[in-house]
Design a protein around this ligand. Structure first.
Ligand SMILES: *Cc1c(COP(=O)(O)O)cnc(C)c1O
Length: 356
C-alpha cells in the first residue's frame, strides 16, 4: 500500500555545500521525516517537514537511558540520472531487529521504507554528483516519555535525516592502519552488540581516542570474554584472505550483521571463492602473517563500502598486510559494488530500489 505523509515545504532552502568538500555527516538537507508512536495510535502522523532542531523535554528518556536505535544507508544518482537506494529493505528489517532488543515497538517496514523513499525524493537535488559522493540516510528512533524511572518508554519518535557525503575516510580506498584493542571491549554475547544503538558507539570512543593518539584510524575489537577472537571494527565488519580462503567472524550476537558484509559474501561466493564464516582468533591472523599466508584484510560497511587494511598493531607486534597496499580482492569488490550503485554494471541481484 502507498502511505501518504503530510508535507510542509521548507521556504528557506539552504545553500548546498561544495561537492568536493563534503566529508562525512556534516551537512543536512532541507527536510526531515518524523512519525510519532503512542500506545493508543501506534506509529502515526508521518510527515515531511523542514529540517529543524527538535523541541524536547529534558526528562525525555532517550537522554538519560539511551533507548534509541539507528540505521545508515545511502542513495545514489546513477549515470543515467536515476535515484537509487542500495538494499534499503535490509536496513529497515535490521532497524526492527535492533528495536526488539532495545524494547522499542516495531515499525511497519513498508511505512518506514516509504518514509525513506519519499524523503529522498523530496530532497533528491541534494544528492551530490562525483564518484565517491552519495546521500547518506539516517533513520533513527528515540524514546520520548518525560520520565526518570527505568522502564521502556510509551512514546517514541521515528525520524529520518539526510546528509550529502563524500569519502568516509579522507584517505579514500587507501589502506588504513588499525589498532587491535586488548584492553577495552565493545560487546559481549547476550548484550546489544548486534544492534545499532547509540551506547555501543559511546562505549567505543575512549579506545578510539587512544588509538588515534597512537596514529591508528580505527580499533579492531576482540571478543568481550577472552579477548581472543576477532569481532569487528568501529562501524565495519572485517574479512581476512588467508591462503586463498576468505574468512569473516561468524555472527554470535556481539557483531553487527552488516548489509555490506552480506553483499560481499554473496559476490565472492558467486565468483567461486571459498568464503567461511567462523570464529577467527588474532593469534591465527598473526600466525598467517608470520608464515606468509595472510594475503588481504578489509573492512566492509555502508559508509566506506570497502576499506583495505594495510597494517595491524597487536600488543606492539606489527602485522603488515600486502605490503600496506590495497589488495586485488578489495579493489574488485569496491569496483563491483560502487559501479553497481552508479548503474555502471548490471544489478543482477536486484539490490537497487529506484526512488520515483
Ligand atoms: C553499521 C555497522 C556495520 C556495517 O553495516 P553495514 O550494513 O554494512 O553498513 C558494521 N559494524 C558496526 C558496529 C556497525 O555499526
Amino acid at each position: 500500500m502507498a502511505y501518504t505523509f503530510t508535507f510542509e515545504p521548507n521556504n528557506a532552502p539552504k545553500q548546498k555545500p561544495d561537492s568536493n568538500k563534503l566529508g562525512f555527516g556534516q551537512y543536512f538537507t532541507d527536510h526531515m521525516f518524523i512519525a510519532d508512536y503512542n500506545l493508543q495510535h501506534g506509529w502515526h502522523e508521518g510527515r515531511i517537514v523542514p529540517y529543524a532542531p527538535l523541541l524536547m523535554d529534558p526528562a525525555s528518556m532517550v537522554l538519560h537511558y539511551s533507548q534509541t536505535i539507528f540505521e545508515g544507508l545511502k542513495a545514489y544518482k546513477t549515470t543515467d540520472g536515476k535515484v537509487v537506494i542500495f538494499r534499503p529493505e535490509r536496513n529497515i528489517e535490521r532497524l526492527n531487529i535492533s528495536g526488539v532488543r532495545m524494547g522499542i515497538p516495531p515499525i511497519d517496514e513498508e511505512f518506514a521504507l516509504q518514509a525513506v523513499m519519499q524523503l529522498v525524493n523530496t530532497d533528491k537535488d541534494w544528492i551530490p554528483t562525483g564518484e565517491e559522493n552519495s546521500l547518506y540516510i539516517r533513520p533513527f528512533i528515540i524514546a520520548t516519555d518525560p520520565f526518570l524511572g527505568v522502564r521502556p518508554s510509551d512514546t517514541y519518535k521515528f525520524i529520518v535525516i539526510l546528509s550529502p557525503v563524500g569519502a568516509y575516510y579522507p584517505e579514500g580506498i587507501n589502506p588504513i592502519k588499525i589498532y587491535v584493542e586488548s584492553e577495552y571491549v565493545r560487546a559481549v554475547r547476550g548484550g546489544v552488540g548486534f544492534t545499532k544503538t547509540g551506547g555501543n558507539y559511546a562505549a567505543s570512543l575512549k579506545a578510539q581516542m587512544e588509538s588515534k593518539d597512537k596514529g591508528y584510524t580505527q580499533v579492531l575489537w576482540l571478543d568481550g570474554c577472552e579477548k581472543k577472537y576477532i569481532e569487528e571494527v568501529g562501524s565495519m565488519n572485517v574479512f581476512f584472505k588467508i591462503n586463498g580462503e576468505v574468512i569473516t567472524p561468524s555472527l554470535e550476537g556481539s557483531i553487527l550483521a552488516g548489509v555490506t558484509r552480506n553483499s560481499v559474501m554473496t559476490l565472492m561466493k558467486d565468483w567461486g571463492m571459498q568464503v567461511t564464516e567462523r570464529q577467527i582468533s588474532i593469534e591465527e591472523v598473526y600466525e598467517a602473517y608470520q608464515n606468509g599466508t595472510l594475503e588481504e584484510m578489509f573492512g566492509t560497511g555502508t559508509a566506506a563500502v570497502i576499506s583495505p587494511v594495510g597494517e595491524l598493531n597487536w600488543d606492539g607486534k606489527g602485522i603488515v598486510i600486502n605490503n600496506g597496499k590495497t589488495g586485488d580482492l578489495s579493489h574488485k569488490l569496491y569496483d563491483t559494488i560502487t559501479k553497481m550503485q552508479r548503474g555502471l554494471v548490471e544489478d543482477s541481484y536486484n539490490w537497487l530500489t529506484t526512488v520515483e
